[in-house]
Design a binder for this molecule. Sequence first.
Ligand code: CMC
Length: 431
Amino acid sequence: MKKDGLTIVDNRTDETYEVPFHKGTIRAMDLRKIKTGPDDFGLMTYDPAFMNTASCHSAITYIDGDKGILRYRGYPIEQLAEHCTFLEVAYLLLEGELPNQAQLKTWIDNITHHTMLHESTKHFLEGFRYDAHPMAMFISTVAALATNYPEARHVHDAETRRLQIYRLIGKVPTIAAYTYRHGLGFPYVYPDNDLGYSENFLNMLWKMAEAKYQANPVLARALDILFILHADHEQNCSANVMRSVGSSQADPFVATAAAAAALSGPLHGGANEEVLKMIDEIGSKDRVPAYIEGIKAGKGKLMGFGHRVYKNYDPRARIIKETAERVFEITGKNPKLDIALELERIALEDEYFIKRKLYPNVDFYSGIIYQAMGFNPDMFTVLFAIPRTAGWLAQWEEMVSDPEQKIARPRQIYTGHEERKVVPMAEREAK
Ligand code: CMC
């Protein structure tokens, strides 16, 4: 009869071990019993960059990278982008279900109640240099929120956690808008709680002397869709940081700041800024083939292409492309779109990219829309961080409530010296 699990023979000892399957995996701790003797630590796995390691159970986001499927709590991203607002989706990520009308109203009231920043946070922001990168200001200011809300450290209290979740989702657009206006030297605009989440963000960015800011509804909806697309993406680099920092029971403000720091890197959320720099460097459509040849020859990466999980078209990139058309009807076409389309066309026909299953990812087209809306490239990753805060918090909440989770603490394969003696300074030779 077929057995369920692995039978492992250790050739060093000729011992046989039975290792059961656990939901399509094996538990790494089950390997620890494989030893050469009582003093042996036991077998570990080696998996730099978590290429093949599940670090948690999660019921939030599902990705099938081969088929190009993305679902939040079971709902396809395409349907959520078509029918929902960002705040509905944030509720879905955190609560597990889409809200009904009454639940949504309470949720929006709770978030909106927390959009304002303490004046000390405003003064804190004023301390940054005029040319500080918005993402660096965003990360630091989110961390600084911990100074205003010391009770956030009580991470085992569900009610306290919930309050910090409202605060973070409510305040990240305000922080983001302030980082933008700081760079321009414009006065900060306080939140307008009559407006929806994305409209209020546009209000805090663009309002000048008018009494009431009126967002263009097409642009506000496009931003809301972009927020939905960026809200969560299961165990990516920044979600893993959120869980890892959160696992030490650090408060959610510093954990979110750490996750945002992970997002800022050019291989993660920082890629959207890099895509625009790359398009500027290419300069015109006719120079695309030579640029691609350079990439194939090892001169850097095609930014906005490739993904650890997607080995098919990123479904978010497809929706962004459609959204771009609606935005360009208002703003006029971003001339960089032609270069991007040419890059995509040539790359998707090229053996190098086909063989490696490299397709445009979410960052490839998002920057082109953001730029058409009036953002500078250094704001792009901040625009990613606003909605992803909801995803990070959902991941954090799930981690804190999971009885199997402990402090994240990987093992290592030590490759350094054996024990040696410290040589006194006078006796050390010059290297
Ligand atoms: N351009 C050219 N070659 C690439 C690219 C690219 N963008 N991405 C991967 N490759 C090559 C890579 O050199 C390797 O080739 P070889 O097998 O000959 O050594 C092969 O494809 C496999 O790549 P990998 O680096 O092992 O893949 P990974 O899963 O470790 O990296 C990635 C995933 C997203 C970091 C990578 O594709 C990349 O650096 N892309 C550009 C940056 C980017 O767009 N990042 C945004 C990702 S999506 C949004 C997000 O996560 O925030």
